[in-house]
Design a protein around this ligand. Structure first.
Ligand code: SIN
Length: 346
């Protein structure tokens, strides 16, 4: 049964509806809401189809849940931003506090889906399922993957098995956790992988299987920063690197710099020297890696204790940036305390 935002429930089949979970779909845009000519998979607008239309277009959803769709934004996720994140976090908290929903599904572009998932995972302290879903092909493409993904996302969000698992991503029959999931391919429908941990589970239209039992997680209690998220820059390391990117970030009043380092989070002597200077001036410097898998540990190739750096362990640069923003926004700014928070979150 599909309800538009704010519409009264029409109880077409009261006996069957009563036991169905209530799922709130928050639509933000992305390719899942994009349209193109049926022969084109590339020239399309991300965003364009409304959440209600998306939900109404998936056969069988009404057998899974009573669904209410709300439009939060209608943007390609390259334009996702902290205002929309804050709106999503507040609406989800409100919906659960008021017992309006048993689970939430967020439709989202795939490009920055992992960042939205990770942000929400850090600021929401909820046991009910929150699931992000998207598509690699627009809704009007041949073999559009959005409808199947949305069906399975609702299935996952409606399941008791999905409680106490943090924020999840469902794409292409696979369930991922916000911390480990990352986009790895520009076009493949199997773009989301979990480099350091593997997927959380598998889903198909008939079943959900998690590989590990749900467990209450040790979580940092990070508040939504009332003054917004502070400026934290990602600096991408490469061969023949000078200090220019780092000096530009300092000049632009960055409160933090995340190094997308080569290998084990390393960079040239010139770059490391400029980062050490930045740390000395109170800028939070976090070493992550551009490699895409493995851990960045303390004091292995770089003397973090001496330089005043923090390491990100398994967090990729975009997630390390978000955690750094949230920590600074919560008043956690010394290298020791920021490192402790990265340790605690790990
Ligand atoms: C976007 O991230 O909004 C565009 C790409 C996609 O959704 O796959």
């Amino acid at each position: 049964m599909i309800l538009a935002a704010g519409s009264p429930a029409v109880r077409a089949e009261p006996a069957r509806q009563e036991h169905l979970p209530r799922i709130l779909v928050l639509a933000t845009g992305g390719t899942i809401a994009g349209t193109a000519s049926a022969r084109s998979a590339i020239a399309y607008n991300a965003g364009g189809v409304l959440g209600e239309q998306l939900v109404a277009s998936v056969p069988g959803l009404d057998q899974l849940a009573v669904i209410k769709a709300e439009q939060v934004s209608n943007i390609g996720s390259q334009d996702m931003n902290s205002q929309v994140w804050t709106q999503l976090a507040k609406r989800i908290k409100q919906a659960f506090d008021r017992n309006e929903a048993d689970g939430v599904v967020i439709t989202h572009g795939t490009d920055t889906m992992e960042e939205t998932a990770f942000f929400l995972d850090n600021v929401l302290d909820v046991s009910k399922p929150v699931v992000l879903v998207g598509a690699m092909r627009p809704s009007s493409a041949v073999s559009a993957d959005g409808p199947g993904n949305l069906y399975e996302a609702v299935e996952v969000a409606a399941s008791e098995k999905s409680r106490n698992r943090g924020v999840l991503v469902v794409m292409n029959d696979t369930i991922h956790t916000a911390r480990v999931v990352t986009k790895t391919n520009t076009t493949s429908v199997q773009t989301f992988l979990d480099p350091n941990d593997g997927p959380a589970g598998l889903v198909d239209p008939a079943s959900i299987h998690y590989f590990m039992p749900a467990a209450p997680r040790h979580k940092l209690a990070l508040a939504l920063p009332s003054a917004g998220l502070p400026r934290v820059e990602i600096v991408y390391a490469h061969a023949d690197m000078d200090a220019d990117q780092i000096e530009a970030a300092v000049h632009d009043h960055a409160k933090g710099i995340v190094l997308a380092g080569v290998g084990d989070g390393n960079a040239s002597q010139a770059a490391l020297g400029a980062l050490e200077d930045a740390a000395r001036h109170g800028i939070v410097v976090v070493r992550s890696s551009r490699v895409g898998g493995g851990l960045v540990n303390r004091n292995v190739e770089v003397s973090d204790d001496k330089a005043g750096f923090v390491v990100s362990y398994d967090l990729n640069p975009q997630k390390a940036r978000l955690l750094t923003q949230l920590l600074i926004g919560n008043g956690i700014t010394t290298p020791a305390n920021v490192q402790q928070a990265f340790d605690d979150a790990y």
